[in-house]
Design a binder for this molecule. Structure first.
Ligand code: HEC
Ligand code: HEC
Ligand code: HEC
Ligand code: HEC
Ligand code: HEC
Ligand code: HEC
Ligand code: HEC
Ligand code: HEC
Ligand code: HEC
Length: 360
């Protein structure tokens, strides 16, 4: 138990100090403050039909910002740098005084905004996702080339669903703590993944299931998931089987074995490695360790949160339509029991009854 917790601490520490290293398969250049495209700061010619126009530009008086009122010769701007913008957008001085500042915004608001008009909303010089990914090439690769993509990056405000492009009080320019971001968006009943499978309403699930798995209780969804895209099922940081049955191979469970001892499943007989045993017969081995149809951990465990101890689930989605197979697990004074599920009622004994030694 102690060594497992130690592993968790190590994993969390690694994530805290080097999230970039874990999130990105390849080392790419750091973001530069330079765009790959030429930023056009002039008003769009009427032929290009700007969809959005800045209120002071719309007013028609160029001298609101330039030294001259004449649209043909507005001349230079009257105030240098971001101070021109702050003269009306006062609140942005506070935003830019936050603990974490976005370097391109400190440098110049014009890295991202056209001061006159634009085809893009919020006067952006390019479509929001393209704009961010133009400087953040590593994230661009994750978002576009990963096998499993995360819808959070494509819908709504895209990157700005989670990041403030100007400044923030949370590191990585996050608008909320990561756990709150995840749970607040995953808080609807009808969210579907790319294959049309309905996803869990995590806000509700975590409220209704009080036994939280340690990394969830530590509010660290990233201990297991990659936010921007990944190579594994469900954006997981390491391999985990996608189905109810899978042939047993420890590498398919790299996710769990990153923190738990593989011997929980690989050793047929034990008195110490697992409590899911009947006497010395390792029932993890019996259920999971099969060359063809081994049951995956999800057959019994709900990895986020459950009502039962040991993260035993009440029911498990079985078959392609997700029909729920009830588990009916009960913890008993000497072990546990499953009733009318995959098999008739079966119990296991892993400790002596009060006052006597274990029978098996
Ligand atoms: C809200 C402030 C604002 C208003 C109003 C405004 N401009 Fe500008 N304009 C700027 C800023 C900021 C720049 C970039 C200045 C720089 O970095 O040299 C600029 C640059 C320009 C440029 C040069 C672009 C380039 O490529 O260097 C032109 C042309 C221009 N403005 C035309 C106009 C005209 C015409 C009007 C009035 C119809 C106008 N502007 C009104 C803020 C404004
Ligand atoms: C003379 C005052 C004034 C100046 C100077 C000014 N703005 Fe604005 N800006 C406005 C007003 C007014 C609005 C509309 C506010 C609203 O709708 O709430 C606005 C809106 C915006 C918006 C939102 C547009 C949208 O579609 O929602 C952006 C982005 C913006 N300004 C950026 C800038 C930047 C960058 C500068 C400096 C180059 C700047 N502004 C300078 C007055 C100004
Ligand atoms: C790295 C790109 C980037 C830079 C640099 C940048 N912005 Fe923005 N800004 C954005 C994006 C993206 C949005 C839209 C955010 C959203 O949709 O939630 C935005 C939105 C805004 C808005 C509209 C806010 C609203 O609530 O509608 C204003 C005003 C604004 N920016 C002003 C500024 C000022 C002032 C600066 C310079 C201090 C600046 N921006 C620098 C990317 C940038
Ligand atoms: C003009 C280039 C440029 C653009 C556009 C840009 N960024 Fe950045 N961004 C940077 C630079 C430079 C840094 C400093 C850290 C670095 O080098 O990676 C940075 C840092 C960040 C960080 C913090 C990284 C850290 O390790 O703390 C985040 C998050 C971020 N940007 C998100 C965005 C988002 C979201 C957008 C689009 C709204 C965006 N960026 C657009 C250049 C850019
Ligand atoms: C669902 C929320 C979410 C969305 C959407 C999102 N990010 Fe992030 N981003 C995070 C979190 C959380 C981190 C902190 C490290 C981590 O967990 O990966 C982060 C970290 C970063 C970093 C710092 C480098 C790193 O890997 O730690 C950059 C740069 C960044 N994001 C850019 C972007 C860009 C660009 C987009 C849009 C293409 C985007 N993010 C969309 C949540 C998000
Ligand atoms: C802005 C809303 C939003 C935020 C914030 C958000 N997600 Fe998502 N997430 C989605 C949507 C929409 C989908 C479904 C589309 C898809 O498959 O990606 C999804 C899908 C997923 C999936 C399943 C992906 C698959 O295809 O198998 C996982 C896992 C996930 N999110 C985890 C997270 C984690 C962890 C966080 C916090 C770091 C988070 N999400 C934050 C909107 C969000
Ligand atoms: C200990 C590792 C672990 C942690 C921590 C974790 N997850 Fe998961 N997550 C998984 C595994 C494993 C799956 C696949 C479950 C399955 O298919 O049986 C999954 C699946 C998901 C899915 C897609 C399936 C669904 O039902 O919606 C979402 C969304 C998700 N997790 C969000 C989160 C959020 C939000 C957090 C933080 C509150 C989080 N996860 C924390 C391991 C983890
Ligand atoms: C980031 C580390 C981490 C990952 C990954 C992880 N766990 Fe855990 N898990 C823990 C910690 C820490 C505990 C609490 C201490 C303990 O019992 O080992 C725990 C406890 C458990 C328990 C309950 C122990 C009890 O008796 O109450 C089960 C069951 C469990 N994990 C299953 C899994 C499964 C299945 C996976 C893979 C899908 C997994 N874990 C992945 C860290 C992790
Ligand atoms: C057939 C159901 C079943 C399957 C499949 C299953 N477990 Fe368990 N597991 C249990 C039960 C029941 C317990 C609680 C034992 C007790 O304490 O009485 C448990 C306990 C645990 C514990 C707590 C420590 C221990 O071993 O007592 C961990 C960690 C764990 N399981 C991990 C896993 C992992 C990882 C997988 C997949 C590789 C898995 N389990 C598959 C039923 C299952």
């Amino acid at each position: 138990m102690a060594s497992r917790s130690f592993r968790l601490v190590t994993v969390l520490a690694a994530l805290a100090t080097a999230p970039g290293a874990l999130a990105a398969p390849a080392k790419g250049p750091r973001a530069s403050t330079k765009h790959s495209f030429k930023v056009n700061l002039a008003p769009l010619p009427p032929s290009e039909k700007a969809a959005w126009s800045h209120a002071p530009y719309e007013a028609g008086d160029c001298s609101i910002c330039h030294v001259n009122a004449d649209p043909k010769k507005p001349g230079p701007v009257a105030k240098a740098g971001n101070d021109l913008c702050y003269s009306c957008h006062e609140e942005f001085q506070e935003v830019m005084a936050r603990k974490y500042k976005h370097p391109p915004a400190t440098e110049s608001c014009l890295n991202c905004h056209n001061p006159h008009n634009s085809k893009e909303k919020k006067l952006l010089v390019a479509e929001l996702g393209t704009l961010c990914k133009d400087c953040h090439r590593q994230i661009k690769d994750l978002a576009e080339k990963s096998k499993v993509k995360h819808g959070a990056l494509d819908q709504g405000e895209k990157c700005a669903n989670c990041h403030n492009p100007h400044g923030a009080n949370i590191e990585k320019l996050l608008i909320q703590l990561p756990f709150d971001l995840c749970v607040n968006c995953h808080s609807v009943d009808n969210m579907k993944d790319h294959n049309g499978v309905t996803l869990t309403n995590f806000k509700k699930w975590l409220q209704e299931n009080k036994v939280w798995h340690a990394p969830v209780a530590a509010k660290d969804c990233s201990a297991c998931h990659r936010t921007h895209g990944g190579e594994n099922f469900r954006l997981l940081v390491a391999e985990y089987p996608a189905k109810f049955y899978a042939p047993y191979d420890p590498k398919n469970y790299a996710l769990c074995y990153g923190c738990h001892n593989e011997k929980v499943v690989s050793v047929p007989e034990t008195k110490t490695l697992t409590n899911f045993r009947d006497g010395t017969r390792n029932l993890h081995y019996v259920h999971v360790n099969k060359p063809d149809r081994g049951r995956t951990c999800r057959a019994c465990h709900e990895v986020h949160a459950s009502k039962q101890p040991h993260h035993i689930r009440d029911g498990v989605p079985y078959g392609p339509k997700g029909w729920i197979l009830k588990i009916n697990y009960t913890k008993t004074p000497t072990g546990g029991q499953c009733a009318k599920t995959c098999h008739e009622t079966k119990s296991y004994v892993n400790r002596p009854a009060a006052g006597g030694p274990a029978k098996r």
